[in-house]
Write a protein that binds this ligand. Structure first.
Ligand code: SF4
Ligand code: SF4
Length: 370
């Protein structure tokens, strides 16, 4: 697809085009020592020169001499909180003289343009679309906000130590699901439209044709980012995790795991939720509130009077086997897009890739039955 070039000094023109198009712009910003997606009032608020150093159980920002806005890879959140909100009131009820009166809560979407999403984020978005939009019970809140979204994605020019999107086939190049795609070079940006909306934005910008040298430079950055990555076993191998349900590794990991649910909160594909009814039916309003939940919470497996996954090893096993193996039967692909967030944000440095590799390295059940 044709790439055009926007000089670095003209990046504010892209921001202005989005604002003039009626969008609230959401972009990466440095907040609480991490890169987060938040409303962007000016391109000066982008994380110029910032890069993350991510390891298992560790995430630190570092300011570099470089003058790039997208030199980082991920922060603790992708797009998930903007579409599937951590807390959503579903309906309200008032106690009136005629009895309980129920009121629907209507979605109130905003016209949002999100800048800086990566290939892994777009792959996660495609999975969340499948979960929240396909089938007979589409989520009306997700659907309304999704319809108002414009996505400006960025190809990764480096990989963090926790990234493995090459193994999952989701990065470091963003291949689909964007309206506009940027490659960041020192001199400026290569731009590619991925939709009519994106093409309309491109038409408002002072662009020139990208030179062969600029296109080669962008390809070299992508190749370098790919080479820096570690590898997750492929999907066929991961599907064999269902044969490892009695592996001693589950107990070993459970001795470290705090069941805090950080991994599921930061995971861009996790979608579990619970509902709470709040208020006092006698004299106050009732609210039905949907909140993010986690397969690491004990109550998440409460079924007809019994918690089914009562030990942490059962919950860790549920997370890993669902995410990497049974998800394939459910959605046609693994539920992992290789972003590495669950690895960096696990307080006890449990590493999903290491766990999968250890579980697949041998199969104690084979010895038992063989
Ligand atoms: S694996 Fe880590 S982040 Fe996930 S629940 Fe256990 S301790 Fe928390
Ligand atoms: S399982 Fe971990 S690495 Fe995979 S998509 Fe979720 S947060 Fe990212």
């Amino acid at each position: 697809m044709t790439k055009r070039f926007l000089a670095a000094r003209d990046l504010h023109r892209l921001y202005q085009a989005l604002v003039q198009g009626g969008y609230e712009v959401i972009g990466p910003r440095v907040k609480d020592d991490a890169i987060v997606f938040a409303p962007l009032n000016h391109i000066d608020e982008l994380p110029w020169g910032w890069q993350e150093q991510a390891e298992a159980g560790r995430y630190r920002l570092q300011h570099t001499a470089g003058r790039r806005a997208f030199a980082w890879n991920t922060g603790p959140q992708g797009l998930k909180p903007w579409l599937f909100q951590p807390e959503q009131v579903l309906w309200r009820a008032d106690n009136t003289e005629h009895g309980l009166c129920f009121r629907a809560v209507e979605p109130s979407p905003k016209r949002l343009a999100v800048i800086g999403l990566r290939g892994c984020d777009l792959a996660a978005l495609a999975i969340q679309d499948q979960h929240f939009l396909d089938g007979p019970y589409a989520d009306p809140f997700y659907r309304a906000q999704r319809a108002q979204l414009l996505i400006v994605a960025v190809n990764c020019a480096r990989s963090a130590n926790t990234c493995f999107c090459v193994s999952t086939g989701d990065g470091p190049e963003a291949r689909a699901g964007f309206d506009l795609l940027l490659d960041e070079l020192d001199a400026g940006y290569l731009l590619q439209a991925g939709s009519d909306l994106g093409a309309a934005m491109v038409a408002r910008l002072p662009l020139r044709k990208a030179t062969d040298k600029q296109v080669s430079e962008a390809r070299a950055l992508l190749a370098g980012a790919s080479q820096q990555q570690r590898a997750m076993p492929g999907e066929a191998e991961l599907a064999q995790l269902v044969d490892r349900l009695d592996h001693p590794r589950w107990q070993q990991v459970a001795e470290r795991c705090l069941a805090c649910g950080n991994c599921t909160s930061v995971c861009p594909t996790c979608f579990c939720s619970k509902q709470d009814t709040e208020g006092d039916v006698r004299n106050r309003q009732l609210e039905q509130v949907q909140r993010w939940d986690s397969c690491f919470s004990e109550q998440h497996s409460y079924i007809t009077g019994k918690v089914v996954r009562y030990e942490i090893r059962h919950r860790y096993r549920q997370w890993l086997v669902h995410k990497l193996a049974t998800w394939q039967q459910q959605f046609g692909r693994s539920g992992c897009v290789g972003c590495g967030r669950c690895i960096a944000w696990c307080p006890v440095a449990i590493d999903l890739v290491e766990e999968a590799q250890a579980l697949l390295a041998d199969n104690p059940q084979e010895g038992k039955h063989g």
